[in-house]
Write a protein that binds this ligand. Structure first.
Ligand code: NAD
Length: 490
């Protein structure tokens, strides 16, 4: 695998690359090979302070004066620039995360569409007006919340960044975004492209850094008005506490343990390969990975066998090979964590039907793994493993399926496979998840609200609703009366 060490990646503050105040550069390695990838600057507290100041100045200056039509044009121009640089960005993402380049390309397409959707959605930002009766008139103004502090994880670095950047910029906010310290490269590159297409300095600032240090400081910074966080539920709880000082606006996109329900009347030729994709895409490192496959009892043994046969055929390997369907995990440490869950599953009585041992070599590879004979109370059925590990759980009937689907602290996504359309719609209402798929494995589309019930968080990404999270509503009351009010009759 070739090595991309041509340049260092600095912070991005006030429209340009910036040295970190304490000069810290970290060497990144490619998770799939262990080879060096490049050096990245890590932001400390002073750097976050500089970024927040730049974001505030942008709001008070050029960016704050940029009219919606021009914001829309800039977002489209950034989408065009990503398309023009897609080869470089896809390769960078694949190397940095260890993910298959075919996946990186698909996510890049979505990143582009996010900017385009929000560029168009700007047209929907409008207040309301109505006469209150008598001589009173009311109208409302929609104003940007201010400086948005955004924190994203390592699993979809560029796509998650665009989920956050596009609504914030469309609403007219300025942004300080903290990528995960291990995966900031594509986001830094997109910020450079944003300057090239004309975004004013300070509208977009990128400060890679550690979570409990740089991230926590960003959330606590008094100059930040709104926090948008994507990450684990445990970290989300910490962020919520920090954001409460200063009563910051907050949205949280957190973990999942999403069910995939397969009924005996389903079309198995579709349900099986789609269910395989739904867990192993991105090596299971997806918040909405359908990691609990619930199967109606008469089907169970046959399903486990056919599912495992399909999973075994996934092409795992070099992320840069266009044929690869599943790359490596993000790191050796993460692989150990994933394997620890599999071991725990074995101890608790699950049967490992496929995979279950780390792959030899320098890369952080872990094979597609199937755990059968799983009870929903087991650790492997309750905790987010965040790796290529599926748990297959039997159910008796529709009622039992709904009970098991909901018997978990998360509620992000659920997929239902059935030949009975009425059942699909019935269950869509009974399952407590932010997103339901009926005979369809895909999850995130620009324009369709995405987010969680229960401990999967609150707030929605990708939809028109998302814009509201970056806007304040100001009510203006106007008298049209020729007479003074003089309420005290003084
Ligand atoms: P994580 O919570 O450890 O880290 C996420 C981000 O938060 C990183 O940038 C990290 O540096 C930062 N962070 C860590 N501690 C922090 C703190 N105390 N204060 C502020 N920031 C802090 O999560 P992860 O392991 O990197 O990512 C995987 C998790 O993200 C999974 O739980 C996954 O389900 C979730 N996720 C959710 C969605 C969604 O849309 N619901 C999408 C992708 C990932």
């Amino acid at each position: 695998m070739a090595i991309a060490t041509e340049r260092d990646y600095l912070l991005f503050i006030n429209g340009e690359a910036a040295e970190p105040a304490d000069g810290e550069l970290r060497e990144l390695t490619e998770p799939a090979s262990g080879e060096p990838l490049g050096k990245v600057a890590l932001a400390g507290e002073r750097d976050v302070g500089r970024a927040v100041e730049a974001a505030r100045a942008a709001l008070d200056g050029d960016w704050g004066k940029t009219p919606p039509t021009e914001r829309s044009r800039l977002l489209h121009a950034l989408a065009d620039a990503i398309v023009a640089n897609r080869k470089e960005l896809a390769e960078l993402e694949a190397r940095n995360v260890g993910k298959a380049i075919s996946s990186a390309k698909a996510e890049l397409n979505q990143a582009v569409e996010n900017f385009r959707f929000m560029a168009s959605a700007i047209a929907s930002i409008a207040g309301r007006s109505n006469p209150l009766g008598g001589s009173l008139l009311f109208y409302s103004l929609k104003e940007p919340v201010g400086v948005a502090g955004q924190i994203v994880p390592w699993n979809y670095p560029l796509m998650m960044a665009t989920w956050k950047l596009s609504p914030a910029l469309a609403a007219g906010c300025s942004v300080v975004l903290k990528p995960d310290e291990a995966t900031p490269l594509t986001t830094l590159r997109v910020a450079e492209l944003a300057t090239e297409v004309g975004f004013p300095p300070g509208a977009i600032n990128i400060v890679p850094g550690g979570g409990p240090t740089t991230g926590a400081y960003l959330v606590s910074h008094p100059g930040v008005d709104k926090i948008a966080f994507t990450g684990s539920t445990a970290t989300g709880a910490e962020v919520m506490k920090l954001a409460s000082n200063g009563i910051k606006r907050l949205t949280l996109e957190l973990g999942g343990k999403s069910p995939n329900l397969v009924f005996a009347d389903a079309d198995l030729d579709d349900a099986i390969p789609s269910s395989v994709w739904s867990i192993y895409y991105s090596a299971g490192q997806s918040c909405e990975a359908r990691s609990r496959v619930l199967v109606e009892k008469p089907l169970y043994d046959d399903f486990v066998s056919r599912f495992s046969d399909s999973a075994q055929r996934i092409k795992v390997g070099d992320p840069l090979d266009p044929e690869t369907q599943m790359g490596s995990l993000i790191s050796q440490n993460h692989r150990e964590r994933v394997h620890g869950f599999v071991e725990k599953g074995r101890e608790e009585g699950a049967e490992v039907v496929l995979g279950g041992e780390p792959t030899d070599g320098n890369g952080a590879f872990y094979p597609p793994t199937v755990l059968a004979k799983v009870d929903n109370a087991m650790t492997v059925a309750q905790e987010e493993i965040f790796g290529p590990v599926v748990t297959v759980i039997p159910f008796e009937d529709e009622k039992d399926a709904v009970r098991i689907a909901n018997d978990v602290r998360y509620g992000l996504m659920a997929t239902i496979w059935t030949g009975d359309p009425a059942r699909g719609h019935r269950l869509a209402r009974r399952i407590k998840s932010g997103l339901i798929g009926i005979n369809m494995p895909y999850t995130a589309f620009p324009g369709i609200p995405f987010g969680g019930y229960k401990q999967s968080g609150f707030g929605r990404e990708l939809g028109l609703d998302t814009l509201e999270d970056y806007l304040e509503t100001k009510s203006v009351l106007v008298s049209t009366s020729p007479k003074p009010f003089n309420p005290f009759q003084l």
